[in-house]
Design a protein around this ligand. Structure first.
Ligand code: NAD
Length: 707
C-alpha cells in the first residue's frame, strides 16, 4: 500500500479498507490542491485492488470530517477557463470515488461541509453520528458560488427536491439527527466509538440499497408540472430575500432545472460551467473575503496571544429591559447561569418575558424541545438585590442610557462582586473612560455593546476604555465568541464605531426629508441599494427620541460636521417616538409597520423643495458617502485597526449589504476620489460642513483606496 501525506489506508478485514483523512499539522481537514490530488491517487489505488468489498471514509480529527475546499483556491480563480479547469479537476477526483465498484461509505462524525459533503454524496451510503459537533451542509451559496464538486448534481438525486433546494439555496447546516430525518443519511449512530460502530454497520448492510425518503408527495414533485411549480416558488422566495442582488441562488435554480434527468457526466459539465461563471464575480470574491475575515476573528482574543482571558461560567445582567432581557437570553442560550436584576419585579418579569419570547421562537420552529426550553429558561433567575453576584465572573449593565445612573449603578455593583469580576457596560454612546472614574478597579470595566435585537444581530463591539486591562478586553472578546457573536475591539469615543457611522446616514435621510424628498423615495432607494430596511424606518426602529439624543451627542463631540437634523426634535415633541409607541414615519399595527404615515409632513412646516430633483443615485450617494466620510476619520483615529474591521462591523451590526463587501469595499469600488468630488459638490450645494470631505478621506483618495 502506498503511503500518503493526508490519508491513512487501513485494512479493516472482510475486504474492507478504511481511508482516514488526517491532514498533517492542521486542526481541520480541508481539500487543498495537494489533498485532492492525493485523493485521486487513493481512488486509483482502490480501483486496482482485487477483492475489495468496501471502503469507509473516516476522519482523524475529533470534530471535523472535512471542512470543505481551500477557499484561497477559489478566491484565486480569475478567469472562467481557470475556474472550469479547477472545478473539473475536483469533480473528477470525487467522481472516481463514485465509480468504485465496491460498497463506499462516509462515516461522518464532525463538520462535513462543502466539498466534504460532496465527497460523502459520491459514496453509496452516509452514516452520521448524533454528536453535537456534526454539521452537514453546502455553504457555497453564502460565498456567492454553488457546490461544484458534484453536490449540485448528486444531492437532488438523493433527497427530495424541496430538501435539496433548501440545503443548496440557503447553505444551512444541519446536525446528524436532522440529516437523518431529511433523508441524506442512511443511519444515525451514537457518537461513542462511532468509527467502529460505523464499520460494523457498513459491513452488516453491505450491498443493500441505500435509504430513500421519497414520499408520494415528493415523488409527485419530481414530475411536471409540480416540479415547475416548486422551482417558481423557490425563485419567488429567493427574489424576496435577495432582491436579485445575489446571482448564486438564481444560477443554482437555473442549473438544477436544466440538469434534471441528464446523464451524470453531462450534468457535471454544466455544474462546472455554472460554478465558474459565479466564481469569477466580484460578489463571490467579496463574500469569501468576509467569511475569511470573520473566521480570522475566531482565532484571536482581540488583544494578543500573551493575554489570558478569564473563563466565564456565571453571569449577571443589570437592567431587565429590551437589551437586558436579550442579553440574559444570550447567556442562558449558551448554558451560562445568569442573575437578572432590576428595580421592580414587574421589570424583571418583562425581562424574563423578553428572553422567553426568543426561546419560544426556537420552540415554535422545533429547534428546541419543551424540556430544552424549560432547561434554558431555568438558567435565568430574577432578583432585586445583589444576591448571587459574588460568584459571577462577569456583570453586564444594561440600565437606562444616563451617565449618572450608570456611574452610580457600576460603583454599587463593584462593592457586591468578587475582586476579579469583569464589569461590562452595554451603553451605546456614553464614555467608558468616564464610567471608570468612579471605580476602585477601573481596569475591570470595558464596553460590551450588543445590537438590537440581541438574538438576531451578530456583532458585539468590545470597547476598551482608557484604563481597561487587556485581560478584561480579552475576557469579553472570548465571551462574545462563546455567545456565538462576532466581536470587534473598538476604541472608546462618541458612538464607538457602528453608531458613529450609522448616525450620519440616518441624519442625512432626515435632511433629505426636510428638503422635500418623500419617505417612500428615501427608503426605497436604500432598499434597492441592498440595506435591510430604509433609513427612516430604521429611525423609527431605533426610536426617534433615541436617534435624536445620540445625534446630539455626536454633534456636541464633532461639531459642525455632525450637525443634527432639527426635525427629529419637533417630531418627538409631537409625541412620535417610532415603532415603540406605534407612531413615527410609519403607521404601526401590533408592532408591525403597515404604511407610511403621510401626516408626518405636517409636523415639519419648514420643509423645502431643495432636493426633490436629485436623482435616485444622488440620494444614495448623499446617505452612503456621509458614512464613508466618517469611516475614513474613524480608521485614521484608530477606532479600529483596519478597513476590514469597519466592513465586518457594518455588515454584522447594521446589515450593510454583504454583496457589496462592506462600506469601505463599496467605497473602493466607487473610487474614493469620486466620493471626494461628489461630497464637495454636495457641500457647495448647501450641505456645507456636514458633507465636506474630511482630510482623512482626501488622504485615502490621494493614496488610491482604503484597501
Ligand atoms: N434599545 C436599543 O436598541 C439598544 C441597543 C444597544 C444598546 N442599548 C443600550 O442598552 C442599555 C439599556 O437599553 P434598553 O433599551 O434595554 O433600555 P430599557 O429602558 O428597555 O431598560 C432599562 C432597564 O433598566 C432598569 N434599571 C434602571 N435603573 C436600574 C438600576 N439601578 N438597577 C437595575 N435596573 C435598573 C429599568 O427598570 C429598565 O428595566 C442602554 O445603555 C442603551 O443605550 C440599547
Amino acid at each position: 500500500m502506498t503511503t500518503y501525506t493526508n490519508y491513512k489506508l487501513i485494512e479493516r478485514g472482510d475486504g474492507w479498507t478504511e481511508v482516514c483523512f488526517d491532514q498533517p499539522d492542521s486542526k481541520a481537514n480541508v481539500f487543498t490542491e495537494a489533498a485532492l490530488r492525493e485523493l485521486g491517487q487513493v481512488a486509483q489505488e482502490l480501483s486496482e485492488k482485487r477483492d475489495l468489498k468496501g471502503v469507509i471514509f473516516t476522519s482523524g480529527k475529533s470534530d471535523i470530517f472535512i471542512a470543505g475546499a481551500d477557499l484561497s483556491l477559489i478566491k484565486g480563480l480569475d478567469t472562467i477557463d481557470k475556474a472550469i479547469e479547477g472545478c473539473t479537476f475536483g469533480q473528477q477526483v470525487i467522481h472516481r470515488i463514485s465509480l468504485l465498484p465496491c460498497e463506499t461509505v462516509a462515516a461522518i462524525n464532525g463538520a462535513c461541509l462543502g466539498g466534504g459533503f460532496e465527497l460523502s454524496l459520491a459514496c453509496k451510503k452516509r452514516l452520521v453520528s448524533d454528536g453535537k459537533q456534526v454539521k452537514i451542509g453546502l455553504p457555497e451559496v453564502q460565498l456567492g458560488i454553488l457546490p461544484g464538486f458534484g453536490g449540485s448534481v448528486r444531492l437532488p438525486r438523493l433527497a427530495p427536491l424541496p430538501t435539496a433546494l433548501d440545503l443548496i439555496l440557503t447553505g444551512k447546516q444541519v446536525d446528524g439527527v436532522r440529516a437523518y430525518k431529511m433523508g441524506i443519511a442512511d443511519a444515525l449512530l451514537p457518537q461513542q466509538d462511532f468509527n467502529e460502530r460505523a464499520l460494523t454497520w457498513a459491513k452488516a448492510n453491505q450491498g443493500k440499497p441505500g435509504r430513500r425518503v421519497h414520499t408520494f408527495m415528493t415523488q409527485m414533485m419530481e414530475k411536471f408540472p409540480l416540479r415547475g411549480y416548486v422551482f417558481s416558488q423557490a425563485r419567488k422566495t429567493v427574489m424576496k430575500s435577495t432582491k436579485g442582488n445575489y446571482p448564486a441562488p438564481l444560477k443554482i435554480l437555473e442549473l438544477l432545472a436544466e440538469i434534471h434527468g441528464m446523464k451524470i457526466e453531462e450534468a457535471l459539465k454544466r455544474e462546472a460551467r455554472a460554478f465558474s461563471v459565479l466564481a469569477v464575480t466580484q460578489i463571490s470574491k467579496r463574500l469569501i473575503e468576509l467569511f475569511q475575515l470573520s473566521e480570522s476573528v475566531k482565532k484571536t482574543n482581540g488583544v494578543g496571544p500573551e493575554v489570558k482571558a478569564k473563563p466565564v461560567e456565571r453571569a449577571a445582567v443589570l437592567g431587565a429591559g429590551v437589551m437586558g432581557g436579550g442579553i440574559a437570553w444570550a447567556f442562558a442560550n449558551k448554558e451560562i447561569p445568569t442573575r437578572m436584576k432590576d428595580i421592580t419585579w414587574e421589570a424583571v418579569g418583562l425581562g424574563l418575558q423578553q428572553a422567553g419570547e426568543n426561546f419560544g421562537f426556537a420552540l415554535k420552529r422545533k429547534k428546541l424541545t419543551k424540556n430544552q426550553f424549560m432547561g434554558k429558561m431555568g438558567h435565568i433567575s430574577g432578583t432585586l438585590d445583589y444576591s448571587g453576584f459574588r460568584s459571577c465572573d462577569v456583570v453586564v449593565e444594561a440600565v437606562v442610557e444616563n451617565m449618572d445612573v450608570k456611574k452610580k449603578v457600576l460603583a454599587e455593583v463593584e462593592r457586591n462582586v468578587a475582586d476579579d469580576c469583569v464589569l461590562a457596560s452595554n451603553t451605546s454612546s456614553l464614555s467608558i473612560t468616564e464610567m471608570q472614574s468612579v471605580l476602585k478597579r477601573p481596569e475591570k470595566l470595558a464596553g460590551f455593546h450588543f445590537f438590537n435585537p440581541v438574538s438576531r444581530m451578530p456583532l458585539i463591539e468590545v470597547i476598551a476604555g482608557a484604563k481597561s486591562s487587556p485581560e478584561t478586553v480579552a475576557t469579553l472578546f472570548e465571551l462574545a465568541k462563546k455567545l456565538g457573536k462576532t466581536p470587534i475591539v473598538v476604541k472608546d469615543g462618541p458612538g464607538f464605531l457602528v453608531n458613529r457611522l450609522l448616525l450620519p446616514y440616518m441624519n442625512e435621510a432626515l435632511f433629505l426629508f426636510l428638503e422635500g424628498v418623500s419617505v417612500d423615495r428615501i427608503d426605497r432607494v436604500m432598499l434597492e441599494f441592498g440595506m435591510p430596511m430604509g433609513p427612516l424606518r430604521l429611525v423609527d426602529e431605533v426610536g426617534i427620541d433615541t436617534a435624536s439624543k445620540v445625534a446630539k451627542i455626536l454633534n456636541n463631540a464633532f461639531g459642525a460636521r455632525a450637525e443634527a437634523c432639527p426635525i427629529s426634535e419637533s417630531i418627538v415633541k409631537s409625541g412620535r417616538l417610532g415603532r415603540k409607541n406605534g407612531k413615527g414615519f410609519y403607521v404601526y399595527e401590533d408592532g408591525k409597520h403597515v404604511a407610511i404615515d403621510d401626516t408626518v409632513v405636517q409636523l415639519v412646516p419648514n420643509r423645502t423643495n431643495r432636493s426633490v430633483n436629485l436623482t435616485d443615485l444622488e440620494l444614495v450617494q448623499r446617505m452612503t458617502y456621509a458614512m464613508v466620510n466618517e469611516a475614513a476619520l474613524a480608521v485614521q483615529e484608530g477606532v479600529v485597526k483596519t478597513p476590514g474591521e469597519v466592513d465586518l462591523a457594518m455588515i454584522m451590526g447594521t446589515g450593510f449589504p454583504p454583496f457589496r463587501g462592506g462600506l469601505l469595499r463599496y467605497a473602493d469600488s466607487e473610487s474614493p476620489k469620486k466620493i471626494v468630488d461628489t461630497l464637495e459638490k454636495f457641500a457647495a450645494a448647501g450641505a456645507g460642513e456636514r458633507l465636506r470631505p474630511s482630510a482623512a478621506l482626501k488622504e485615502v483618495a490621494r493614496r488610491g483606496f482604503f484597501y
